[in-house]
Ligand binder design. Sequence first.
Ligand code: V55
Ligand code: FE
Length: 485
Amino acid sequence: MVHFPKEPLYADVLRLGRIEGDIADLEIDGEVPAGMDGAFYRVHPDPQFAPRKPGDQFFNGDGMVTMFRVKDGRIAFKQRYAKTDKWKLENAAGKALFGSYRNPLTDDPAVAGEHRGTANTNVLVFNDELLAMKEDSPCLIMDKLTLDTEGYTDWDGELTLRTFGAHPKIDPATGNLCNISYAAKGSLSRDATYFEISPEGHVVRRAEFEVPYYTMLHDFSIAGDCIVIPVSPYSSDLSVLEQDRPHFYYDRALPSYLGVMRRDSDGSDMRWFKQEPGVCSCHVMNAYQDGSKVHLDTPVSKIGSLPFFPERDGTPFDPHLAMTELSRFTVDLKSNSDTVESIEKLGQAPGEFPRIDDRMAGKPYRHGWMITYDLEKPYNGPPGPFAGVINTLTHFDLSTREEQSWWCGPNGSLQEPCFIPRSADAPEGDGWIVALVDDHVSNYSDLCIFDALDVAKGPIARAKLPVRLRQGLHGNWADAGKLAA
Ligand code: V55
Ligand code: FE
């Protein structure tokens, strides 16, 4: 018998799933567009075993990967655990062996030195495989069709780092997977690496640099010839791990930074542009170059937006200050200044989980989507893991600055959207958005499909699941060409 602690982390909105399965042909309301052919992959944290101690983190759950295969107006569902080394060791033992999130001091000594990763953050088809990623460990390889786990990869010995970032970007020009790794030399270290992997799986670029302070380098962007890395005032130190407190704290005394570097550099020309007082940015919508300027669009909040990583000095979490608004950072590479030139508010609706038409990654672009908080709307369900209820899908037209939204109703919330182009050469934004809508009253989830440029009219199709999927993190679409053997 499995006993999870009686904690909000396992109840209500966050009730565990822990279910693997297949449904050949989901029940659908509406019409799935006939031209949609590919698969939407996403992942959520879903612990296999009760934690070694009470007070575990949402981000510490084992990765549960879902595949929605869309073809000929039908949608097949497949869900499997990402069978990490951690998952296998614990499965063999019949109990948790790894302790707190990002804290090896709390592990059973029997697993010392093993990869602690849960592969619970992002999934992406690349180089014929499904990559399942967690930023504290190497890249896990799963079969893109069966979701069977093959294991961790070091890219044929070309990338032996112990970490692999969970928000890689695909360069639309070269097809290279562009990514960052941090703390590869061990917990709390300031080392970081930028690298690019060719579509054939070879490491073709690599740069090493140090971050200004130990932090969570969770996301970044390419911007033409450059990369841009936001650094937010999340940090940690050994005393935190020794006392088994949450791995990250938010420190209002720290500045935030934007790191900008050429993609072909060895790391020595990394420039850190300071922003004081610090602000928080977890996820990037996009970034691009405009002459000597570099712009980075990202939801920004005044304090840390993740309620489970507390303030260093004990200040209680304030959901109002933690609201994230789409904002545009600008730095000027021509200037000798080491400060951010400006932060401009770009969107009205507060929200998170920003997405674009990924064919525009690193380029000037027009369309973005996020799930947003409509704070005026009623809500019948219990509270979730974020600063509010993410109850709305919003399309941002960054050329006209118009926004249009769809509210999912009083019983639910949305998970991260994903853009699907109508065809490989369709204009930017011409296609569909998919997003899970979770009903916290009936406890079902629907995979909803929207016209990407007309989300306000609501879903054109809903694929109905017989269960509710736990709150997820990130995912990606792979078109049929990428699914071929
Ligand atoms: C994030 C998510 C993570 C993690 C570190 O959103 C940062 C940020 C799902 O795991 O380990
Ligand atoms: Fe993320």
